[in-house]
Ligand binder design. Structure first.
Ligand code: XUL
Ligand code: CO
Length: 439
């Protein structure tokens, strides 16, 4: 197959002083940080949908980028051209994983039987390229939000026929994920939510989503899927209210329906901020519940209230992300999937590479700085000290559970009034972070 990205070679690491736009400044795959090479800390993935499908169309204008890759769009020839383009792109960047929805990899037919035939054909091609290059599948998923049949949701649809169609898509997407050796399977409930409570039975809808997930787990385990199922929380957009609002909500849902052993979180930076949290917050909530699974690496724009899926550029954010990931001991079956797209006016082939170079360098910097923050020890030391009153005496008794409310009240009565708790020292800690970032 002829080269698609002509004139762009393998992206080298040239170091922070390099001014070469087509070189990494910080991502040095084999450099050892905190005991292992960067590439092991940062299993990056390419999102098929943004990188190979999206051409920059928005609500106000059509596509600006040509993602035809020499073929006519909407054809199987185009689907095959995308496979060639995708693998060439990943190889040139040293990206080791990809993620896909069923409808990213083939044009959907009117008849699901024909769609499934196309999916079998294209995954044969993808598998061939995987064997040739060593590139792997991070996770697969079914798109259950674009087609009009899913206007009221998939698992949460009011139509039992649509529920069956969703089940069929999940079944096929699981078959494909297993065929490609994917480490995860994602549920992003784009339309699993509501526009108005006036027409919605929330309890029924949530029970039905859980039923679909349970059926998926049973089927997946039955066909040998040993990886993780992931929920990707997002509070809104496209629906006004989405049930998987944030990590805390999704974890509660999983526990309520007995799904917590098979599922973890896939945390997307921009989704966390749409929920009114920092990216770090949703990572922390997932990690402390043993459910930090994978990451959709992108960023939003604080001046805009929607899901802009930008390539990550904010080193402060990626430092805090990598701080959580390092503390959690890494991502077992997960990775850093660039669920990100170029801005509409960045429409050239080179821009596609620039997006990934920016994202990979920003995460590499985040990793370096997070490791330095942990090594520095002032933040960890401060937190340990902050809770020191629970290490001995009455505090230790409280922690052990070996105390009654009356005993505590008696203790308080003897004290008469407690000393003020120690200062939170937020400004000092923020300056510690600055000194590690820029010192
Ligand atoms: C949408 C989004 C999805 C999921 C996969 O906001 O993030 O692309 O990552 O369905
Ligand atoms: Co995502």
């Amino acid at each position: 197959m002829a080269e698609i990205f002509n004139g762009i070679g393998k992206i080298p690491y040239e170091g922070p002083k390099s001014k070469n736009p087509l070189a990494f400044k910080y991502y040095d795959a084999e450099k050892v940080v905190a005991g292992k090479p960067m590439r092991e800390h940062l299993p990056f993935a390419m999102a098929w949908w943004h990188n190979l499908c999206a051409g920059g169309a928005d609500m106000f204008g059509r596509e600006t980028a040509d993602k035809g890759f020499g073929a006519e769009k909407g054809t199987m020839e185009h689907a095959h051209a995308k496979v060639e383009a995708g693998f060439e792109f990943m190889q040139k960047l040293g990206i080791e994983y990809f993620c896909f929805h069923d409808v990213d990899i083939v044009p959907e037919a009117d008849d699901i039987n024909e769609t499934n035939r196309r999916l079998d054909e294209i995954t044969d091609h993808i598998l061939e390229k995987m064997n040739e290059t060593g590139i792997k599948c991070l996770w697969g998923t079914a798109n259950m939000f674009s087609n009009p049949r899913f206007m009221n949701g998939a698992g949460s649809s009011n139509s039992a026929d649509v529920f069956c169609f969703a089940a069929a898509q999940v079944k096929k997407a699981l078959d494909l994920t297993v065929k490609l050796g994917g480490k995860g399977y994602v549920f992003w409930g784009g339309r699993e939510g509501y526009e108005t409570l006036l027409n919605t039975d929330v309890k029924f809808e949530q029970e039905n989503i859980a039923r679909l997930m349970k059926l998926a787990v049973d089927y997946g385990r039955g066909i040998g899927f040993t990886g993780d199922f992931f929920i990707e929380p997002k509070p809104k957009e496209p629906m006004k209210h989405q049930y998987d609002f944030d990590a805390a909500t999704a974890i509660g849902f999983l526990r309520q329906y007995g799904l917590e052993k098979d599922f973890k979180m896939n945390i997307e930076a921009n989704h966390a901020t749409l929920a009114g949290h920092t990216f770090q917050h949703d990572l922390r909530i997932s990690a402390m519940n043993g459910m930090l699974g994978s990451i959709d690496a992108n960023t939003g724009d604080l001046l805009l209230g929607w899901d802009t899926d930008e390539f990550p550029y904010d080193v402060y954010d990626t430092t805090m992300c990598m701080y959580e990931v390092l503390k959690a001991g890494g991502l077992e079956n997960g990775g850093f999937n660039f669920d990100a797209k170029n801005r509409r006016p960045s429409y050239t082939d080179e821009d596609m590479f620039q997006g990934f170079i920016l994202g990979m360098d920003t995460f590499a910097l985040g990793l370096l700085k997070a490791a330095a923050l942990i090594e520095d020890g002032r933040i960890d030391g401060f937190i340990k000290e902050r809770y020191a009153s629970y290490e001995s005496g009455i505090g230790a008794k409280i922690r052990s559970g070996d105390v009654t409310l009356t005993e505590l009240a008696d203790y308080a009565a003897e004290m008469k009034t407690p000393a003020l708790p120690g200062s939170g020292r937020q400004e000092y800690l923020e300056s510690v972070v600055n000194s590690v970032l820029f010192g």
